[in-house]
Ligand binder design. Sequence first.
Ligand code: MTE
Ligand code: MO
Length: 565
Amino acid sequence: MELSKKPSIIIGALVGALITAPFIALSFLADQLAGLPFFPFDLFDWVGRNTPGEIITKVIDTMVTAIETFKLGETSSAAKTAEQLMALGMMMSFGIVVGAIFFGVLNRINTKQRSNLIGGIVGALIGIAFVFIFNEVNNTASADEGLSQVWIVLAFTVWGVAFGWIYSDLSDFAEKSDEKEKADGNTSYQLDRRRFLVNVGGATATLTVLGAGLSLLLNNDADPVETAVIVPDPEGTPDPNAGSQTVQNDLPNAGASLEPAPGTRPEYTPLENHYRIDISTRPPVIDGEEWRLNIAGLVAAPLAMSLTQLMSDYEPVDQFVTISCISNRLAGSLISTTRWTGVQFNQLIEDWDLSPDATHLRISSADNFDEYVSLDLIRNDDRVLLAYMWDGQPLRERHGFPVRVYIPDHYGMKQPKWITNIEAVESWDEGYWVRRGWSRDAIVNTTSVIDTVAADSIVAQDDGALLVPIGGIAYAGAKQISKVEVQVDEGDWQEAELREPLSELTWRVWRYDWAFEAGDHSFRVRAYDGAGELQSLESRGTRPDGATGVHELEQDLQPLESTES
Ligand SMILES: Nc1nc2c(c(=O)[nH]1)N[C@H]1C(S)=C(S)[C@@H](COP(=O)(O)O)O[C@H]1N2
Ligand SMILES: [Mo]
């Protein structure tokens, strides 16, 4: 009798959910109001970083497949949203499990008098564990670090006390009803308990909605462009609200004669559509005026450079660049092109007084990302940049403000954003993704993609022939593209036309006008790099060295009569 009236672990799980929902909402509110850490994201990022690379890759792969299958929108932003939802789910599950265990253990040790105290202690201990998690992963909390830590312990303690408090109230009903039962033979505790839980549910739901609602009101997630820094630009500081700075006529290939086939992706990616990949649920936020680039290790004396120094002491270099993520699947969307501005890296290092023993630089970031780059590579390639602008504007927060590196011919994983430290070292070592099983070199594989078979833009020739414009992009890192070929069904490979690229570091738009034929057809594309080397035809996934293979598209073309009517 006694035992059955104790709140079960199922009720514990329910209470866990009831308490954790407003807890998350209040954490969000504190985050929006005071820049305090948002627990679910920290937990999620921490779990992510401590999970073996294989598993992470599986999870990301499943996510990307789901996003592509259900057409959930542009892959990298949909993936971020999915991550954030998973983070909330993970925190809720954590609360549910803690609730179940807490109730189970308290039932076992048969105590309710001290359940508040025990709850508080458990909460505080979990809070302390979270401080470690916070220290390891958090890079978004703008509040003082000590304050954040106090907040974490305090919030979790209150969360724990809530478990204890609800537990003891639920047990009270059991006892009171026991007495009542003896007095008048009535079993009312279940009813009381239900009513109590409904009340708790109502209160926590109200708190959750209030907290989340207030936070959303305050939240202004428009990826504010950092404007605190004055860009020393003789032609005036770019207007951060102007959107894409570079208009079609300014592009270096404005005179190119080849028109892209209708439906080809923009050759110059609008900044807001540039893909984005990083290891944190939210990117680090850096104050551009306080930021310093710290240079240490095998140098005569450590240095600290400010952003203004970087921008004014060195001639800015402009480059049109395509970068791709190594996790970009064949024909995937994790590849984009914009204009990068920065300092030529080999000029920078001339001023650093590097020891002759130094062979590599370890570049590390505010989010604890790190990568190694060889000094030989930097010295021999004038195109390696320490970049501080994209599209003529200070780097956006999510894209690495204030400074990121550009290394031609390498996938994005080799190119840290939010750089804070550079250490000259005497040997190469594994960087962030390499330690998780990805490519050591991460050299871009030549790839080509069909963006469009523009059956609704058929071009009639003078001789009456009807041509379907087919088009897309081909990319070979810094190796350039010399030729693109298209195959329709089992026909011969036909040479496509190539548009002048924006630079030797960008993808190249191609087009092939194909003589219209109604019916179901397959279209394939392949590219040759600047040295005449054919891309790999082998169909291979992204891990560990990047995807390869021939992109193929099936399309059923209606007879012309029916498309015209
Ligand atoms: N500090 C830091 N730098 C980083 C990353 C990161 O998570 N943290 N991600 C890398 C990866 S995997 C890629 S593909 C590119 C993506 O740059 P973007 O998000 O600006 O397009 O940044 C690279 N640099
Ligand atoms: Mo990447």
